[in-house]
Write a protein that binds this ligand. Structure first.
Ligand code: 5AD
Ligand code: SF4
Length: 439
């Protein structure tokens, strides 16, 4: 049996695409291996959101050159955002690459590796939103479900609209069908995926879609990423409040606390408008965890703009953030702007942001000390095999231990339980015992 390995870079969208690539290759009779040296086909599912991700891929790709020398039958495929952007230029840059597959052409991987005629697939695929691909999911109790592809927002720093194309939504019927099947197979938690889920529009709008999914018996938790602040409606807030399966967590990228910079970023909201939405969310759902993305050192960003971001972090008190130095992406509007910020200033600003947020994250986690929280068990803790690990509805990691006399874990992964939080750390919570029986 031939083997393949997949190395995934970037966001959840890519992680889920890799599950589809694995599903397609398994359907063709191959099996997956974690070890590249053991593989007949190595797939790199790439990301070009920041230069760092691109460099990481190129260095990994470089390492396969010698593998191929030792095993000339080895095939190398590049998929994802870099594949889409570089296209056939990749064959020139790395002649040992065999196949290049764009973001809308995953379904063609089997044809590509079977035939010898065509080595790349980079065209637009108008059927992307309705194709059902076999999917090899790593977890049995949790699943990603795509609800839309592409993005129409053209934030001035971002390559995604160029690498993933225009927004197309899956039909509500197909989404519901997939989720019902997943629940039938034992899935308890579903995360809906899209670059801007709030603008979902098909047979229904996004709140309508949530309502329909919420009604599926057997599903326990419903999450979604990513929300765009400009499209976060009062109707969605009301739905989140009233639908019991929708978890009390929203990832709502702010990007900057300066309205001037937000406008240069083409984000479509001011800081004040963003803050009003956060207040509404917290008023409707007092326990909601809010996380965000921040970019440090966007072109034109002055000390004052940076200070606005720092003040925003203090004022909003996010539960957690992902923060990045601005990375120039060729082809974007921001790449053509003047007044780029020197690297060392970007680095200083980023570390100030991260340091402050670390304190805030710990403080927010401490609010949970002494409280009982619902936890969906994911498995054994990676750092301490004596502990089990799971997540709260607010998406926070909880490590805890419930063992029987034989020191076996009492609760299986995928089961729900209640845990009392005894200590908060910055990146996780420590829990104690079960208060309520598992379900
Ligand atoms: N530079 C830095 N960060 C970026 N992001 C997107 N493009 C860039 C870029 N060019 C960040 C944004 C986005 C997250 C997924 O990645 O914060 O929300
Ligand atoms: Fe990129 Fe903006 Fe689209 Fe998000 S909403 S993918 S940041 S263009």
């Amino acid at each position: 049996m031939k083997k393949f390995s997949i190395t995934t870079f970037g966001c959840q969208m890519n992680v889920h695409d890799s599950e589809k690539i694995a599903g397609l290759l398994c359907k063709q009779g191959m099996s997956q291996t974690e070890d590249k040296k053991d593989a007949d086909l190595i797939v790199f599912n790439t990301c070009s959101i920041r230069q760092k991700a691109e460099q990481k891929f190129l260095s990994e790709l470089g390492k396969t050159k010698s593998l191929k020398r030792g095993m000339p039958t080895l095939k190398i495929a590049v998929t994802g955002c870099i594949a889409q952007q570089m296209g056939e230029k990749l064959f020139k840059k790395a002649p040992y690459v065999d196949y290049v597959l764009g973001t809308q052409n995953i379904h063609l991987i089997s044809d590509l590796i079977k035939g010898n005629t065509c080595k790349s697939a980079l065209n637009d695929n108008p059927f992307i939103s309705e194709q059902k691909l076999p999917t090899l999911r790593k977890e049995k109790f949790r699943a990603w479900v795509s609800i839309m592809y592409g993005c129409n927002n053209f934030c001035s720093y971002c390559v995604v609209p160029y690498t993933r194309g225009r927004e197309t939504c899956r039909s509500t019927e197909n989404i519901l069908k997939e989720i019902k099947e997943l629940v039938g197979e034992g899935v308890k938690e579903v995360t809906l995926l899209g670059q801007n889920v709030n603008s979902y529009s098909s047979d229904t709008d996004f709140p309508g879609l949530l309502e329909k999914i919420n009604a599926i018996p057997g599903l326990e938790r419903l999450r979604f990423v990513t929300s765009h602040p400009k499209d976060l409606s009062d109707k969605l807030i009301t739905s989140m409040e009233s639908l019991d399966k929708v978890c009390e967590h929203i990832h709502l990228p702010l990007q900057s606390g300066s309205t001037r910079i937000l406008s240069l970023m083409n984000r479509g909201y001011s800081y004040e408008e963003y803050k009003i939405k956060v207040d509404k969310l917290r008023q409707a759902i007092p326990d909601i965890a809010i996380t965000s993305d921040i970019i440090a050192g966007f072109p034109h960003e002055t000390d004052k703009d940076h200070e606005d971001t720092i003040n925003a972090l203090r004022e909003i008190e996010f539960d957690g953030i992902f923060a990045f130095k601005f990375s120039l992406r060729p082809g974007t509007k921001a790449s053509l702007m003047e007044r780029h910020i020197p690297e060392h200033i970007k680095a200083e600003r980023l570390s100030e942001i991260l340091k402050l947020q670390d304190e805030i994250t710990l403080m927010k986690n401490k609010e949970l000390e002494g409280r009982a929280v619902d936890v969906l068990i994911e498995g054994i803790s990676k750092t301490n095999p004596a502990l089990q690990t799971g997540r709260t509805r607010g998406n926070k990691i909880v490590n805890f231990s419930v063992i029987d006399k034989e020191r076996k874990f009492l609760l299986k992964e995928g089961s729900l339980t209640q845990v009392k939080i005894i200590r908060a750390r910055r990146h996780s919570l420590e829990g104690d015992g079960v208060l309520k029986g598992s379900t």
